[in-house]
Unconditional design. Structure first.
Length: 252
């Protein structure tokens, strides 16, 4: 199994990430030009490090998988950690994968001082263990995922996600990702208008806070539900602003 991580200026995260996959047969880091100590830290941790120009999230991860030494890939982001329990499940799955092309894992995010096991954020199943001969990242500009040609299993132990340092970082990420989401929708021929801007954000809040029990997480649940609603509003607002243009939008 090869563990792959794509990076750009992840000095604060990369060591803990690589230590969490130290059990893999190979650890491969593909960096797209970090100006901090990401490469030095990854090398010191024993990872094989390649430098490759940024292609976009999906294309970069597919390129990295193609450079790996093994067909079975565990793909993690620098701000994610594979727990010992999940590592044991992954090894057991690979000991007898059967006809499965990959395995989904539940992802849990740490934010505002606690693990968030409610709202749209949980259980957030991700296909992160896969056979590169039968699975690839799907090409989306944001919120990319792996598409598999064959049955997919499901593991139960959690992949830990340390997505945001604070609210400011959360807002910055929303701003960047909604730009990419709006561009993707435009490329798919999607259009929007007043009705979607009025209805989708409050519907997202109700889904997160009520149906998916954001209220159970107290103040953090309220904040996250509101931020998720804001994400929806900003995504459609940006689509409205660019849907009649062909202006290029940077991907990172």
């Amino acid at each position: 199994m090869s563990a792959i991580v794509i990076t750009l200026n992840e000095a604060a995260n990369i060591q803990a990430c690589l230590e969490s996959v130290a059990w893999a047969d190979e650890r491969l880091v593909v960096d797209c030009g970090s100006s901090d100590d990401t490469v030095a830290i990854a090398t010191r941790c024993g990872a094989r490090v390649l430098t490759h120009a940024w292609l976009g999230y999906s294309a970069q991860k597919n390129w990295a998988a193609g450079e790996a030494a093994h067909d079975w890939i565990v793909s993690v982001d620098a701000d994610e950690r594979v727990t010992p329990e999940l590592a044991a499940e992954m090894r057991a799955a690979l000991a007898a994968p059967g006809d499965r092309a990959g395995f989904r894992v539940p992802r849990v995010t740490f934010h505002l001082g606690r693990w968030i096991r409610c709202t749209d954020w949980y259980p957030d199943y991700q296909l992160r263990l896969y056979d590169r001969r039968r699975a690839r990242w799907n090409g989306r500009k944001v919120h990319e995922s792996v598409s598999a040609d064959g049955p997919v299993g499901r593991l139960t132990s959690e992949l830990q996600h340390f997505a945001y340092r604070d609210i400011a970082h959360h807002v910055d990420t929303i701003n960047r990702y909604t730009t990419l989401a709006a561009l993707h929708m435009r490329e798919q021929g999607r259009r929007t208008g007043i009705v979607e801007l009025l209805l989708h954000p409050p519907a997202a809040f109700l889904r997160n806070y009520v149906l998916r029990r954001g209220f159970s997480a107290g103040l953090p649940g309220l904040i996250i539900s509101t931020m998720n609603s804001y994400y929806v509003f900003l995504k459609f607002a940006k689509l409205a602003a660019i849907q009649n243009t062909t202006a290029p939008v940077p991907e990172r």
